[in-house]
Write a protein that binds this ligand. Structure first.
Ligand code: NDP
Ligand code: AKG
Length: 457
């Protein structure tokens, strides 16, 4: 018996179900947010059994309501002198553990539900890093695809012209996410400095190294994911050596997950973009992928022009039919459904770890957990990016830069700690080996205790 029950299971379940029913009514048109909340709620019964005081403080209702949601118009001029209008967001979910922190996503699918699910997840993820950062997310329905560099710059300047009043190095620190990399962060930072007349480096992370940015931030989410999987493998006396790996996406997270997995001796045979996927039986040539995606901003389909033995298939979900030992979804939310999960299982997958945010739906997660697949949930496995952002904030405050090796070493240590913390919480609360339950509970307890410490507000 590993748990010590001090409360009552029935009252814990009644409380959690009641909060979820209210949440569904209030957020009826926000499926992604409800999905993210449900995944966490499903882990929490043993916590409320052991901590009836959390019910008394109504912690769950307080945790699912963001501190504030800011939405604003972004007006900018395209290369044809046409005035364009987009919607910008910043969801500041919780600053219990530190200043609001989380990326900005520029993608046409951005809406309030997606912003809220990402910001909610970020609260838990950031807490798991053990660093003093709260949770937020922002972005816009702006579509960067096909836009010129000048259009991207004007959009970023217009976006910051509103956002600047809501952020600050001790208030809220945005960074990149889908569609936002060092180039966009540079334009956003330039505009912030012009408006504020202050070189407040810690107001944004993901800046270019040499201009306030930290070494390793670009690589950190992908590298961190692979470091996390290394810990999972270590527990079963395995390594990446000679494992066959499939990685979805071909953006920032995917590219650096592939790089580190290859460094550790894995054979990565497939990656994708939103149009389709490539399969290279000899192992992906990452230099070609970098040239296509980082230099030319082209489609992954063009990979086969360089590698005659590789194949391209239209449609992104088919990538999960490729047999592999390790699957690393690094593209976007809900890219693995129940059917894809069952296909992976039938083809012998041993480990699934999430580089993207919420890439597996609830059915897929259950398929993995019920069949003994080692499963690394996003909020734990992809926390390396935001952790390195927090290291960038520390360097900005100290007005000093660490070397690549120093940052990389800290990142490895952080990922190891997240793994251990999640594993221990899973064990303590009666679900040994279940990192979904473990990561949810480890983060939840930390935020809940902070809410109690800081009083009712
Ligand atoms: N950047 C970071 O530090 C962090 C990112 N994440 C998460 O990782 C994921 C990827 O982010 P990131 O790499 O930064 O983003 P990028 O914009 O750099 O890359 C996204 C990649 O995913 C592909 N993609 C988008 N939609 C789909 C889809 N429906 N099916 C298949 N592929 C798709 C894109 O293809 P296309 O070019 O066709 O659009 C692109 O290859 C997101 O979920 C993000 O929230 C999590 C933690 C930190
Ligand atoms: O580096 C950051 O602040 C945010 C990274 C991010 O968007 C994420 O973890 O999903």
């Amino acid at each position: 018996m590993t748990t010590q029950i001090t409360g009552n299971k029935a009252s814990a379940e009644t409380y959690i179900n009641g909060v979820f029913e209210q949440l569904k009514v209030k957020n009826a048109h926000q499926p992604e947010f409800l999905q993210a909340a449900e995944e966490i709620f499903l882990s929490l019964t043993p916590v409320f059994e052991q901590h009836p005081e959390y019910i008394q403080h109504n912690i769950l209702s307080r945790m699912v309501e963001p501190d504030r949601i800011i939405s604003f118009r972004v007006t900018w001029q395209d290369d044809y002198n046409q005035v364009q209008v987009n919607r910008g967001y910043r969801v500041q979910f919780s600053n219990v553990v530190g200043p609001y922190k989380g990326g900005l996503r520029f993608h046409p699918s951005v809406n309030e539900s997606i912003m809220k699910f990402l910001a909610f997840e970020q609260v838990f993820k950031n807490t798991l890093t053990g660093l003093p950062i709260g949770g937020a997310k922002g972005g816009s329905d702006f579509n960067p695809k096909g836009k010129s560099n000048s259009e991207i710059m004007r959009f970023c300047q217009a976006f910051m012209t509103e956002l600047y009043r809501h952020i600050g190095a001790d208030v809220d620190v945005p960074a990149g996410d889908m569609g936002v990399g060092a180039r966009e962060i540079g334009y956003l930072f330039g505009q912030y400095k012009r408006i504020r007349n202050a070189h407040e480096a810690g107001v944004l992370t993901g800046k270019t190294p040499g201009y306030g940015g930290s070494l390793v931030r670009k690589e950190a989410t992908g590298y961190g994911l692979v470091y996390f999987v290394e810990e999972m493998l270590r527990d079963i006396n395995e390594t990446f050596l000679n494992k066959t790996v499939v990685v979805s996406g071909s953006g920032n997270v995917a590219i650096y997950a592939i790089e580190k997995a290859q460094d550790l001796g894995a054979k990565v045979v497939a990656c994708s973009d939103s149009n389709g996927y490539i399969f290279d039986p000899e192992g992906i040539d990452l230099n070609i992928v970098k040239e296509i995606k980082e230099v030319k901003s082209d489609r992954i389909q063009t990979y086969v022009d360089y590698r005659p033995n590789a194949t391209y298939t239209e449609g992104f979900q088919g990538i999960w039919s490729i047999p592999c030992d390790i699957a690393l979804p690094c593209a976007t939310q809900n890219e693995i459904d129940g059917d894809s999960a069952r296909t992976l299982l039938a083809n012998g997958v041993k480990v699934v770890a999430e580089g993207a945010n919420m890439p597996s739906n609830l059915e897929a997660i259950n398929v993995f957990l019920e069949n003994g697949i080692l499963f690394g949930p996003a909020k734990a496995a992809n926390a390396g990016g935001v952790a390195t952002s927090a290291l960038e904030m520390a360097q900005n405050s100290g007005r000093y830069y660490w070397t690549f090796e120093e940052v990389d070493e800290k990142l490895q240590e952080i990922m190891k700690n997240i793994y251990v913390k999640s594993k221990e919480a899973a064990f303590k609360y009666g679900s040994p080996g279940n990192l979904v339950v473990g990561s949810n509970i480890a983060a939840f307890v930390k935020v809940a205790d902070g809410l109690i410490t800081e009083g009712v507000y």
